[in-house]
Design a protein around this ligand. Structure first.
Ligand SMILES: [Zn+2]
Length: 333
């Protein structure tokens, strides 16, 4: 049985202000190698004084990829800032540690910043509060609304107020305040000016209203957590936040097929964890893994017992060709 306190990972050299101490998932060789090379050697990497918790990489002329370390022992997180002619789109806000808003305003110049979330989880939307307004898929609104709670960060700390999985200064978390959540339908287009549009794809799977974003100008698709290399998790959302039952392997498969049908519009994938700037073939491999799950959900490649916050449960793992594995449970096929 995997004990969440016993995962050992090699230290990553970086000057960000966070200090990861305890890992809840095993080191992933492919992700580790990618991160090590990127974080040690990439020539575009910058850490700005305005936000010492973020590493900023420039993967395209108008695309900043913002890397923040996980605060809860899981995978480090990518947020993305796309600069259009008149406005900028920020995809996700990580855990809400540091001054992401100030950093984005600095990078975006005088452009208005539009915030959109791939989904509502800890590591993608807890930094939404200072932005005043966030867009998401219409199916993610109940889950994102449930995160409007000043106690969302409490789980990160032990009884002495120290970070359980990462050392950081609690005073550097964003201030809780109300903000507007705008749910939009599949195909919604964010207008960045002069015809530069980013299209939202409804992609239930990892969460009920998970969204991907298509940037046709850069020929990039941002699949969020629905196409991560290493590990890809489906389901787990309580039924009250998933009334349409969208966080399933079948939904993921069907949505990926819709994206693959638009393959002429993009050449690269930028997922929210691990490797980015990937070839789109990954999407087909994930569809094949979903097909194997749907055909025989009770007999995956591997069944693991995992310990999450003291509760032991079974995790079903189906391997994904050239990638990693898809994890799921039998209630979300
Ligand atoms: Zn995530």
């Amino acid at each position: 049985m995997a004990d969440e306190k016993l995962s050992i990972q090699r230290k990553m050299c970086s000057e960000v202000k966070t200090n990861r101490t305890v890992y809840r998932e095993p080191e992933n060789p492919v992700r580790w190698a990618f991160n090590q090379l990127l974080r040690s050697h990439d020539k575009t990497k910058k850490i700005y004084p305005i936000d010492p918790y973020a590493e900023v990489y420039q993967f395209r002329d108008n695309l900043y990829c913002i890397y923040t370390e996980s605060l809860d022992g899981m995978g480090d997180v990518w947020s993305f800032l796309i600069l259009g002619p008149e406005k900028a789109l920020l995809i996700d806000t990580s855990f809400g540690l540091g001054n992401l808003k100030g950093l984005c305003e600095m990078l975006a110049g005088d452009r208005e910043i539009i915030l959109a979330n791939t989904h509502a989880h800890y590591d993608h939307a807890y930094g939404n509060f200072p932005f005043g307004k966030a867009y998401c898929s219409e199916y993610e609104v109940p889950l994102l609304t449930s995160k409007k709670d000043p106690h969302i960060w409490d789980y990160l700390f032990d009884e002495n107020g120290r970070g359980k999985w990462c050392d950081f200064d609690r005073a550097d978390l964003v201030k809780f305040q109300d903000y507007e959540i705008i749910g939009v339908p599949d195909g919604y287009k964010f207008d960045l000016g002069q015809g530069y549009e980013i299209e939202l794809f409804q992609m239930g799977g990892h969460s009920p209203g998970h969204a991907g974003f298509l940037d046709k100008q850069n020929r990039i698709f941002f699949p969020g957590d629905d196409a991560c290399i290493g590990a890809l998790g489906v389901g787990g959302t309580p039924a009250e936040f998933d009334p349409c039952h969208k966080a399933t392997v079948t939904e993921l498969r069907n949505n990926l097929l819709r994206i693959i049908a638009r393959r002429d519009d993009f050449d690269a994938l930028f997922p929210s964890h691990g490797l980015i700037d990937l070839g789109p073939i990954v999407l087909t491999s994930i569809v094949e893994a979903c097909d194997r799950v749907i055909a025989d959900p009770e007999h995956p490649t591997e069944i693991r017992e995992i310990n999450r916050n003291g509760a032991v449960r079974k995790q079903y793992c189906q391997y994904i060709y050239q990638s990693g594995y898809l994890t799921y449970n039998l209630d979300h096929i």
